[in-house]
Every structure is written in structure tokens, then in C-alpha cells.
Design a protein around this ligand. Structure first.
Ligand code: FRU
Length: 497
């Protein structure tokens, strides 16, 4: 191996490379203003989210050497407020026989604190010539910055009868003084989440199949997440299913029996209905909130996928969704709400609580914003319109059209005429029954739009690659009048480069 390649197998070598490469990238025009993204290169899933010694740690799937997916590292950043992030040296470098294949590496996983140290549990992916092999591995850190891999890795291999190429994304947690790990697995073309237990995070014993697909929930669950929520003793199992059409971030709510290691659910829902939210992971923060962050992009095996967008031309690709707070509602469905910290980015309001009564067919310009927040309430009791249309990133004869289709109880975001690049329409059922009002919050960043309707019960995230000056915002009533209340618009300040 030549010297340069050998250096790229060390944390110092990778950090030096990033320090040089980032100069040309940080001020590139398509960079997001307040969504986390890598300094350079490619990023996918959030990993190892944790509140550790008073700071937020975000790790992520990372290929610093190219703006496309490749051998996976774990990138690392820390924050005090979830909005401003400081990049740290990569936490995991693919440098072990079990995790250093060029089309493998250190795949997704999670973090936990134990004995004052920060432990990372991740999937090593390799191929020794007889197919990909995924195993679970451990690393730890005393200071939360420099990580050491366990010499006894891997700590877990796929059980007999399971596909060794689909055994990944360990989610560790503690319950009653015991550590547990949930791993995504595939058996006989069906997805399973396997449950293991351990006293020390190094020796693991199989407990049971926590939950499984009988065909109706896909053939593999990527990035399973499992956590208690609310005050009724219920648990949430969340995963990104493969082989389930347009459903790609599913949550199940139900009961956990730690004696048998089985989870049984009575609710199933969607974490995000948009094109661009995948592999979300949650964690509990110092304020007791259950927070969730997803990768704001998608994979080529998804039915509507086109590509990862044009930011590769600027030497980077990938961003995270806004951090969202997960809330259990009285009917045991979940709501996902942007964390309050995002309000600290608001500039003086451009529109400050305006009420609009729109006639059928009437469109109004509301203001401008490419990095902005727009909030309003649809007053359904005084609305006869069959649909309320919101046009975002308007300009150059283009726009993203978001339809609140009240007649058909559907939310649709259409990006076919958005930017000459993106395409597709994503849909979500809009709960209308018994609603007098519907709260809507929209977050625009340079390349992304996130819509939270009905208090976060319906979320849609999608990427859009329009130029910054294409920033108009319009609202229109169709098929009757619409009452829109308390409309507010802010520019959001830049918190990240
Ligand atoms: C999900 C995923 C994971 C895997 C990682 C590889 O997006 O496919 O299952 O660990 O990405 O980068």
C-alpha cells in the first residue's frame, strides 16, 4: 500500500485530508444554512446520537473522499444547542479486517454511556470473497473525541439460518441494569429485529426475535430503533423497511415483554411521508426529550428515486433533517415536532401574524424566503375551498406546489416543476375528521423543505435544488374561499457552513 493510502487509514490522515478539501466547499452556493451537513464528501445515516457530558453528539455515515457513497467512516460533530455544530475528527476509520472493505466499512449503529465512557456499537462490513459479511463491533472513548476499537471485535455474528449480508445497524439501550441490542436481520426473505442482552457490552446473548415482518412489512429493516415513550409504559419500534414500496420510515407502537423479549404492536404509522427522510434515529436528551434526526435523502432502490441531487458538483452530498421531538398522542400515534431551538434562528418577522381570507381562485404573494420558516393555521371551520395550495421557491416560472387537498384529505408536495432537476410527488393522508383548525409549519433551507401539518402528526421532507433567488412564497384557495390565520414568516439565520 502506498504511503498516501496508508495515511488515509489513520484518523490524523483523514482529518488532514478534510482540512484541505473543505476550503473549496464551505462557501459553495448550495450549502444548507441551518441543517447539518458534512464538511466535505458524502454523508448518510445519523449514528450514535447521544447527550454525553452535557453536549449533543452526532455521528454519521461518512465518506470524506468522494461526494458519493463509498467505504464508510463515522463522522462526528458536537453541539450545545442542536443548531450550531462543531466538526470533530472522524470517530471510526475502516481499518480492521472485519470493517475495511472498499464497499463496506463501519456501518450504522448507536452509542451508550457506560462506566463514564462513551461506547459506540456499529456494524463492520467486509467481504472475504464469499459474499458480504456484517458483524457487530464495539469501540469506546474516554474523552468523547478519540475512539479505540475493541481488540476482540466482532462481538456478534449472524446466527445460523440468517443472511450474513443483512445483519446490521445495532441499537443499544439499557433496561433494569442490563444492556440490550436490537439488530436488523433477514431470514427467508423476511425482515426481523433480533434482540440480544449483555452485562458489559462485549459478550452478547440472544434473547428472541423482538418483532418480525410476515411479508407485510418488507424483507429487511434498516436502522431499527427501540425506545419507551409516554407515561403508559408503551414502546416504539421504528425502522426503515426495504421492499415496502413508498413506505420507508415506519413506526410501531405497542407493548414490550422483557421476560420473553417480544414486542407486540397495535399501532403502525409513518415517521415521515416525504421523499427525503430515511434511517431516523432517536435519543433522550438532558431535558428529557426524545429527539429524532433522519438522513434527508434516499436510496436508489426506492421506487421513486431519481438521484442524490446536484450538490456533488460542489464536493459534498447529504444533510440531516431538523431535529424533531417525538411525542405520543392520546390515541398512541406519534407526532414529530421541530425542536424549539430552531426558533433561536429567527430574524425579525417578515410577516407577523396576518389573517387572510382568500376567495376561490385567488392567489396571494406572502413573501420571500429560501432559508425561512412559515407558520399558519388553516381555519377549517371557515373554509369552503376544496384545496389550499402553497407555492414555495417560486421564480423563473418554477415552484414546488404543496396542496392541502381538503376534499380528498391528502397532503401532496409536487416537485416536478421545482428546479429542472428534481421530480415526483409525495403524498400523505391528512387527518380531517373532527378538525376545526390545522396547524402548519414549513421550514425551507437552500435545498430542502420540511412540512409539519396537524401539530406534527403528518411530516413531509423533500429536497429541492432551486437557486437561492428563486424564493417566492404564495398561497391560493381552490374551489371556494379559505381562511388562513396567524400567518408568520421569518428568515432563519445561518448556523452552519
Ligand atoms: C441505511 C444503511 C444502513 C447501513 C448504512 C450504510 O441507510 O443502508 O443499513 O448501515 O446505510 O452506509
Amino acid at each position: 500500500m502506498n504511503q498516501l493510502l496508508a495515511r488515509r487509514k489513520t484518523c490524523e490522515g483523514v482529518t488532514d485530508y478534510i482540512a484541505q478539501a473543505r476550503e473549496g466547499v464551505l462557501d459553495a452556493p448550495m450549502r444548507q444554512h441551518y441543517h447539518f451537513m458534512p464538511e466535505v464528501g458524502w454523508m448518510n445515516d445519523p449514528n450514535g446520537l447521544i447527550w454525553f457530558r452535557g453536549r449533543y453528539h452526532l455521528f454519521f455515515q461518512y465518506n470524506p473522499f468522494d461526494a458519493f457513497w463509498g467505504m464508510m467512516h463515522w463522522g462526528h460533530a458536537v453541539s450545545d444547542d442542536l443548531m450550531h455544530w462543531e466538526y470533530l475528527p472522524p470517530a471510526l476509520i475502516p481499518d480492521q479486517p472485519c470493517d475495511d472493505h472498499p464497499k463496506g466499512g463501519c456501518f450504522s449503529g448507536s452509542a451508550i454511556e457506560h462506566d463514564g465512557k462513551l461506547y459506540l456499537v456499529y456494524t463492520g462490513t467486509t467481504n472475504e470473497g464469499d459474499g458480504f459479511k456484517q458483524t457487530q463491533c464495539v469501540a469506546w472513548s474516554e474523552d468523547g473525541v478519540r475512539f479505540e476499537k475493541y481488540a476482540g471485535n466482532p462481538v456478534l455474528t449472524a446466527p445460523a439460518g440468517y443472511d450474513p449480508a443483512n445483519f446490521r445497524d445495532p441499537r443499544v439501550f439499557a433496561h433494569d441494569g442490563v444492556f440490550y441490542m436490537v439488530v436488523g436481520a433477514k431470514k427467508s426473505e423476511r425482515a426481523q429485529a433480533l434482540l440480544y442482552r449483555s452485562e458489559d457490552l462485549l459478550q452478547w446473548e440472544f434473547v428472541n426475535v423482538l418483532a418480525e415482518s410476515r411479508g407485510e412489512l418488507g424483507y429487511m429493516w434498516e436502522c431499527p430503533d427501540f425506545f419507551p415513550l409516554g407515561d403508559e409504559g408503551l414502546y416504539v419500534l421504528m425502522f426503515s423497511p426495504m421492499g415496502l414500496g413508498e413506505r420507508k420510515t415506519v413506526y410501531l407502537v405497542g407493548e414490550m415483554d422483557f421476560k420473553t423479549g417480544r414486542f407486540s404492536h397495535h399501532i403502525s404509522g409513518e415517521t415521515d411521508w416525504g421523499f427525503d427522510c430515511y434511517a431516523p434515529q432517536s435519543f433522550l436528551d438532558g431535558k428529557g426529550r426524545r429527539l429524532l434526526i433522519g438522513w434527508a435523502n434516499a436510496w436508489d432502490w426506492m421506487p421513486w428515486w431519481k438521484d442524490w441531487g446536484p450538490t456533488y458538483k460542489e464536493g459534498w452530498c447529504g444533510a440531516m433533517t431538523l431535529p424533531r421531538e417525538v411525542v405520543m398522542l392520546p390515541d398512541h400515534t406519534l407526532a414529530f415536532r421541530p425542536v424549539q431551538e430552531v426558533e433561536s434562528l429567527r430574524d425579525l418577522p417578515l410577516v407577523d401574524g396576518c389573517d387572510l381570507l382568500l376567495k376561490g381562485g385567488e392567489a396571494r404573494a406572502v413573501g420571500c424566503g429560501a432559508a425561512a420558516e412559515l407558520d399558519f393555521t388553516l381555519d377549517l371551520a371557515h373554509t369552503r375551498a376544496s384545496a389550499v395550495l402553497l407555492r414555495l421557491r417560486v421564480g423563473n416560472g418554477r415552484a414546488v406546489e404543496v396542496a392541502f387537498d381538503l376534499a380528498n384529505a391528502e397532503l401532496r408536495a409536487d416537485r416536478n416543476n421545482a428546479d429542472g432537476w428534481s421530480r415526483g410527488t409525495c403524498r400523505a393522508p391528512l387527518p380531517m375528521k373532527g378538525r376545526e383548525t390545522m396547524e402548519v409549519r414549513v421550514f425551507l433551507d437552500m435545498d430542502s423543505i420540511e412540512i409539519f401539518a396537524d401539530g406534527g402528526r403528518v411530516c413531509q421532507s423533500l429536497n429541492v435544488f432551486a437557486p437561492a433567488e428563486q424564493d417566492g412564497i404564495e398561497i391560493e384557495a381552490r374551489g371556494g374561499e379559505a381562511s388562513v390565520r396567524d400567518l408568520r414568516l421569518w428568515s432563519l439565520r445561518r448556523s452552519i457552513h
